[in-house]
Design a protein around this ligand. Structure first.
Ligand SMILES: [Zn+2]
Length: 304
């Protein structure tokens, strides 16, 4: 599998449109050693020609334009054949509405995520005007599912949805019962080693650890460095953990967990604009890199 990170920022991007914190202002002014980032999403291919998006971010249109391999080859012919949704958050789904002219698309997600979109969200009917426009296919948990386009032609790779500690999409919070299907990561595999893509993880679980230990490369939730990153700055009333993102810092942080998964490649994505690891000469960035963990950037690729 060849996996390319199209975007590596958390919701809002970096810089975020309504934010002039030191990091957002610094990257705008060019005074900070940091890269701009679009909202987290990736693209995977087994044959180099047909692609599956992993997450459809609100930035998907510019992400496609910035990556030649995703450009259409003929009028109304996109190399994007499928989309995998890790959860029902608008940050992972809004891109589907941006792609609404680009029929046909096979969308893979757990039944709970599909149900949340379709039965709780009438908006999605705009994607289902014809039988071949957007086809939703429920992913059972922990099973290898061959990815196909809407007509059933295989893309040459399999996806396994692994439940990850998390939360329901904001618009479903408190409306639907909790289920392990509400948030998943994906293990993508062709013939060679597997790549894990887990952009949203609230904490550890035995199933998560087992799935990651079987992968050659891991792309993982790097949203927040500290649990109080937002609250300490008065940007939110909720801690990282309350927002279902496992902070990197501390003995029980995700960085210590990822350090234990060496020496395989470990790459952070979905990095919030408040996270000090965005600043390339920060002590936090050095702490991450000292453990052999990479901070992903838009355009980074993993090949297995
Ligand atoms: Zn900011």
């Amino acid at each position: 599998v060849r996996l390319r990170l199209l975007g590596t920022a958390a919701g809002g991007g970096f810089p975020q449109w309504n934010c002039a914190c030191a990091q957002c202002a610094g990257v705008r002014a060019g005074t900070l050693r940091a890269r701009r980032r679009t909202q987290a999403s990736a693209a995977a291919t087994a044959d180099g020609t047909r692609w599956a998006l992993v997450g459809a971010s609100p930035d998907v249109a510019s992400q496609i334009e910035d990556f030649e391999a995703l450009h259409p080859r003929a009028p109304r012919r996109s190399p994007i054949a499928a989309v995998l949704l890790p959860n029902g958050d608008l940050d992972s789904c809004l891109g589907l509405f941006v792609l609404r002219e680009e029929a046909p698309l096979a969308v893979y997600a757990t039944a709970a995520v599909i149900d949340g979109l379709i039965t709780a969200g009438r908006l999605v009917r705009t994607l289902m005007r014809s039988a071949r426009q957007v086809v939703f296919r429920p992913l059972p948990l922990d099973e290898n599912v061959p990815l196909c386009d809407v007509d059933g032609a295989p893309l040459g790779m399999r996806a396994r949805a692994i439940p990850a500690p998390g939360k329901a999409a904001l618009h479903l919070d408190g409306v639907v019962p909790r289920t392990p299907e509400e948030n998943v990561g994906f293990v993508l595999r062709a013939d060679a080693g597997a790549i894990a893509y887990f952009p949203s993880v609230a904490g550890p679980s035995p199933q998560l650890a087992a799935a990651l230990a079987a992968c050659r490369a891991i792309v993982f939730d790097g949203t927040f460095y500290r649990d109080d990153e937002m609250t300490a700055r008065g940007l939110s009333a909720r801690s990282a953990r309350a927002m279902a993102h496992w902070p990197l810092e501390g003995d029980d942080g995700s960085l210590a967990f990822l350090a234990g998964l060496a020496p395989r490649r470990r790459i952070l994505t979905h990095v919030n604009n408040t996270n000090p690891i965005l600043v390339e000469d920060s002590v936090e960035r050095r702490a991450v890199e000292a453990l052999g963990v990479e901070v992903g950037h838009d355009g980074l690729e993993v090949l297995t």
